[in-house]
Design a protein around this ligand. Structure first.
Ligand SMILES: *Cc1c(COP(=O)(O)O)cnc(C)c1O
Length: 461
């Protein structure tokens, strides 16, 4: 099993190399050269297994010989041991044919824990074997950063630096990043938007001198290993609702196209997924691109679902790569045009994308109304991102089960939830003291040189 870049101009890598690298050296993203297929009988055999067993069987074919079976079993066991629910990703029914996949029982209360806890364990095993240390730099709209810090805190082979947009993350998100006491954890509040954070991260990866000097590693959703970890819950949930004998659909609240792309991989592996519904908030570039082919970036709006306040959707590049028949130079050209403000997807590529994905958007009022309505009709309290999902899902529910991904716990976004319901959702008891811990953070300007200097100086590994 090997991995190729979406821009066709970087070395092919093993799973472990692609995981430790993150972004390809030609600026592209790594994808598997071939997607392994799972036979329908092997999918049927997942029924009744634990989440960990499903995870092993779904991910194993992608790893090549990066880890032994015993190592990988141990990695999976450790990754999910800290979750607050034995099922890891339980399903709750919202209505006839509508189910909610609760992905918020991990240590930072968002679905990012599924991938981040796993790659924390994988980094540790891989780096120990190699006798190497790395500097992880991540950009976050809130949840990736807290999940990364939680997964890497205290590991001696890594320093973890997280860039988040100053003043634009929720208090719970901020505190999860600024309260860990370990000296290898560095929270950086950047004066700008999430897209600025992500832009600076990409610039660091493209500065090869810096990249090699600090041995930069990326754990953003551009990291293939993260996408792979997210493929698992598409299988576990679909099988528990009758797949492969029955088709299921998924609605995925998304901004960076990471989670929904994992669903697309599940489908390519053979999981019978009928519809993959992309749900965006008011920052609807993905909805516009999939409906009209016009991928033009605009202003970033701050919404009550801040983890999706994004105009440049990094993982969409992976979908474009397949839609353009894996033509890396065509993708590289689109990404060049994007620097100038946007591009038009070709007719052929758009038709392929539209055969795979449908999309919808929820504005602020619709999101709030969904939170209010679902509480009244089902007793479930949704986080605003999950509410974007349920709102968009409603237009696509048919005779087959629809699964909407609940991407965060409502207590992570208490202001929006309280405004919609009059109730302030409490934090789970295991993190009730979050508001009492002291914070440690450095404010930084949106400037590459000063950021690189700071990282050089602060590094402990
Ligand atoms: C990160 C995040 C999303 C969006 O995830 P994508 O990688 O863009 O698909 C949605 N909801 C929450 C709560 C998140 O943290």
């Amino acid at each position: 099993m090997h991995y190729v870049s979406t821009r066709g101009n970087a070395p092919t890598l093993t799973f472990e190399e692609a995981m430790l690298t993150g972004l390809a050296r030609d600026g592209g993203l790594y994808v598997p050269a071939d997607v392994p297929k799972m036979a329908q009988s092997d999918i049927a055999a997942l029924a009744g297994l634990s989440y960990e067993e499903v995870a092993f069987r779904v991910m194993r074919p992608f790893l090549g010989d990066s880890f032994t079976d015993a190592e990988f079993e141990d990695i999976i066991a450790k990754a999910y041991a800290s979750f607050g629910h034995d099922a890891r990703a339980p399903l709750v029914q919202l209505g006839p044919n509508h189910h909610l996949l609760e992905l918020f029982h991990g240590p930072t209360l968002a679905f990012k824990d599924f991938a981040m806890q796993l790659i924390g364990q994988m980094f540790q095993v891989a780096l120990a074997k190699r006798g190497e240390k790395v500097t992880i730099v991540g950009a976050t709209s809130g949840d990736t950063g807290s999940a990364a810090i939680e997964a890497f805190r205290g590991l001696d082979a890594v320093d973890v630096f997280i860039l988040y947009p100053h003043g634009r993350v929720s208090e719970v998100q901020r505190r999860q990043m600024t309260t860990p006491v370990e000296s290898n954890v560095h929270a950086l509040a950047l004066h700008g938007h999430f897209d600025d954070c992500q832009g600076k991260l990409k610039d660091m990866f493209n500065d090869f001198t810096f990249r090699d000097e600090v041995r930069l590693a990326g754990v953003n959703s551009i990291n293939w290993a993260r996408v792979l970890a997210q493929v698992v819950y598409y299988f576990s949930s679909a099988v528990s609702l009758g797949a492969p004998a029955r088709e299921v659909s998924f609605t995925v609240p998304t901004g960076n196209f990471g989670d929904i792309f994992a669903g697309y991989i599940a489908k390519r592996m053979g999981l019978p997924i009928k519809q993959l519904v992309v749900a965006t908030n008011k920052n609807d570039i993905l909805h516009r691109a999939l409906s009209t082919g016009d991928y033009t970036t605009g202003e970033v709006f701050s919404t009550i679902s801040p983890s999706m306040d994004i105009q440049v959707s990094s993982n969409f590049e992976r979908a474009l790569f397949d839609a353009y028949d894996r033509d890396g130079s065509a993708v590289a050209q689109l990404m060049d045009e994007l620097k100038g403000g946007g591009f038009k997807i070709s007719q052929g590529a758009l038709q392929r994308l539209q055969a795979l994905f449908v999309s919808g958007r929820a504005d602020e009022a619709q999101t709030s109304a969904a939170i209010t309505g679902y509480l009244k009709r089902t007793g479930e309290i949704l986080c605003p991102h999950s509410a974007v999902g349920t709102y968009v899902a409603e237009a696509h529910i048919g005779p087959d089960p629809m699964i909407t991904l609940a991407t965060a716990h409502p207590a992570k976004f208490p202001d929006a939830v309280e405004a919609a319901t009059g109730q302030r959702p409490p934090l789970p008891r295991r993190m009730a003291d979050l508001y009492d811990r002291s914070e440690r953070v450095t404010e930084v300007e949106n400037n590459l040189e000063s950021l690189e200097t700071l990282i050089r100086e602060r590094r402990t590994a």
